[in-house]
Design a binder for this molecule. Structure first.
Ligand code: SER
Length: 616
């Protein structure tokens, strides 16, 4: 079975049960202040889990491209990938536990409609309860019945295991006490697949002295799906309150499901990744065995880089661009440890593997390849300069102390922070250094940079305060004015809106003149005064593209998109001033924005510009 077959089966299964397929949101979120990348299927659905009405109804299903930057450093083992796809189904105040748990079990085990997994291989976990929320006995009862129906006498404590909030509570910020006010969350029930005791995975792992159980990290058990019963919201620093509606938020990792269907404990041996590994083996003339770590990192990092580059991100030292730079450079470090041939063929086989589910990768292939290869070429020149620096600086030492290759931790840090050269790369140049001292230096540096990073990494709307929403509508007006003045190749590359000001980034390679700034302000003000209506419509994505809606359309299905109109509507396009793909929210009439004034402009480098403005 291929990854695309699992997707098709899953979507069909839930469509048959009344679900509507929703679009795959862009990997780089447009209006979510909390993260740089979409990292789960529920992320774009937060407003609807909190009670806003979803235009496609109360039963939704999709497959979401996701990326978790925190997993970059985990890559290299047999099961961690930073880019992954999450299958998801949601009930927005519709069905709850007694439908969700049997449905997911049926999908996993049914031979025709589902994946045909052996129910004996499945273990489940539930929330054990805490001071505020009781133990999930309802799910336990449901699981007992489900297993009984297939002839398995499942009991609490053996096949059905309660765990505390650290394992069986889900919110975007973790356990209840870590949830910020307003954040939804709830107890969850996870399903695990057992690769089998006979493989002696636990006995051969670093955890061999502990008892093995589904949540053990040895790799014998793998989590394949998580049903979150999203029924609470953080009401104050210490209290949870029940949401008005009881939701189900289900998410399952596609790569994990493929691993269990293919019965491969090593994800990189599944039908999705194996062709990529095989090409790397051929290209490098080295076998996978013995080079697993490097080949897995090259595969994982280049897949993630391909998808991020396809979203228009350019490597830089900031935000998404920084992550892309890190992925390409780290991936390349490992690639050159295997081969000195051109890396393009790896990008080609990646696109080949994903083109069925993400056909836009073919369309953007040249752009993706250019972004990755250009960064590699910059990196190669950095490596060259760094080598020259080291050779010059240490030449006399090398002459005096024959054979020395040790360089100071200060120099390693200098090469890292100024040239972007990783310590691994410095080592593979053949130099040694005091790792402990370097780690201490890095720690101090990380502490300092972490201080400001929470704010620095924000994009989109900071909150839903009145002024922030006014600023959001103003960015749509601004976007349109800029395109009218400078051409359709101009597009938004990021935004950050707070109640105090809005920030808007776009591709533009020079300073705006004072006259231009005045002209922009005047047109936006004119549109505010015209009191144009602002509303959204759900429009088939293809149709939305045809009518010239602007925004990042990553979804590839005959799906619906939420399109905001300022003036006009889909039937009166001649009256529409701005048509933009967007999650909202917005003011209802432009006059509510009151006023608009540009307060600053900045050069972001890479032919990008930033405008700060005030509204109200
Ligand atoms: N939100 C849950 C997760 O990401 C289930 O969708 O695991």
């Amino acid at each position: 079975m291929k990854a695309s077959d699992i997707i098709e089966k899953y979507i069909n299964f839930f469509e048959k049960r009344g679900h509507k397929r929703i679009a795959n949101s862009p990997l780089v979120p447009q209006n979510d202040p909390t993260t740089l990348f979409t990292s789960s299927g529920m992320q774009p659905l937060v407003p609807y889990l909190l009670g806003e009405k979803h235009p496609q109804g109360t039963r939704l299903v999709n497959v979401q491209n996701s990326f978790r930057a925190q997993d970059i450093d985990e890559a290299g083992d047999n099961r961690h990938t930073s880019f992954f796809r999450m299958i998801g189904n949601w009930s927005l105040g519709d069905y709850f536990k007694k439908e969700q748990l049997p449905w997911f079990f049926e999908f996993l085990t049914d031979n025709k409609e589902g994946l045909g997994l052996d129910p004996n291989k499945l273990y489940v976990t539930v929330f054990a309860g805490n001071n505020d929320v009781p133990k999930d006995t309802e799910s336990i009862e449901i699981w007992i019945k489900i297993f009984k129906n297939v002839g398995i006498d499942a009991k609490e404590g053996d096949r059905i295991l309660p765990y505390p909030a650290e394992k069986n509570w889900w919110s975007r910020s973790g356990t209840p006490e870590k949830m910020p006010v307003g954040e939804p969350g709830g107890p969850d029930s996870e399903v695990f697949y057992d690769f089998g005791n006979e493989l002696k995975i636990h006995e051969n792992s670093q955890y061999k002295d502990e008892k093995c159980h589904p949540n053990c990290d040895c790799g014998r058990f793998i989590e394949i799906g998580n049903s979150v019963f999203m029924q609470y919201k953080k009401e104050s620093a210490t209290n949870l309150e029940e949401l008005k509606q009881k939701n189900v938020d289900f998410g399952g990792g596609l790569e994990r499901l493929l691993a269990v269907v293919d019965n491969k404990q090593d994800f990189f041996q599944t039908s999705l990744f194996l062709p990529i590994i095989n090409e790397i083996e051929k290209g490098s003339e080295k076998p996978y065995k013995g080079n697993e770590c490097a080949m897995r990192i090259v595969t994982d990092h280049l897949i993630a880089a391909t998808f991020i580059a396809a979203n228009g991100v350019i490597p830089s030292n900031k935000e998404q661009g920084y992550i892309l730079r890190r992925l390409i450079r780290r991936g390349y470090d490992h690639y050159i440890s295997l081969s000195d041939k051109d890396i393009s063929f790896v990008i080609e086989v990646i696109v080949e593997q994903y083109k069925t589910t993400d056909p836009y990768l073919i369309e953007k292939f040249e752009e993706i390849k250019f972004t990755i290869l250009e960064e590699i070429s910059k990196y190669s020149s950095v490596l060259h300069k760094a080598k020259t620096y080291i050779m010059k600086k240490y030449k006399h030492i090398g002459d005096e102390i024959k054979g020395t290759t040790e360089i100071s931790p200060d120099d390693v840090f200098y090469l890292y922070s100024s040239h972007g050269l990783s310590p691994t790369q410095i080592e593979s140049l053949g130099y040694t250094f005091d790792k402990q001292k370097f780690a201490e230096k890095m720690q101090t540096h990380q502490k300092l940079s972490k201080k400001g990073s929470e704010h620095k990494f924000r994009g989109g709307l900071a909150d839903h305060k009145e002024k922030t929403i006014m600023g959001h509508t103003a960015t749509h007006l601004l976007h349109q004015v800029l395109r009218d003045m400078f051409g359709k190749q101009l597009h938004q590359s990021g935004s950050n809106i707070t109640a105090e000001r809005l920030r808007f980034d776009f591709n533009f390679d020079r300073k705006l003149t004072d006259e231009e700034i005045l002209q922009i302000e005047n047109i936006v003000t004119k549109k505010i005064k015209a009191n144009l209506p602002v509303h959204f419509e759900m429009i088939p994505t293809e149709e939305a593209k045809k009518i010239g809606a602007i925004g990042l359309f990553e979804d590839t299905y005959s799906d619906m998109s939420k399109i905001y109109f300022i003036g006009g509507d889909s039937k009166h396009l001649d009256k529409a001033y701005s048509i933009e793909f967007c999650g909202g929210p917005h003011v209802e009439f432009t006059e509510m924005v009151k006023s608009f004034k540009i307060i600053k402009q900045e050069n972001l480098g890479n032919k990008m510009r930033r405008i700060y403005a005030k509204v109200g």
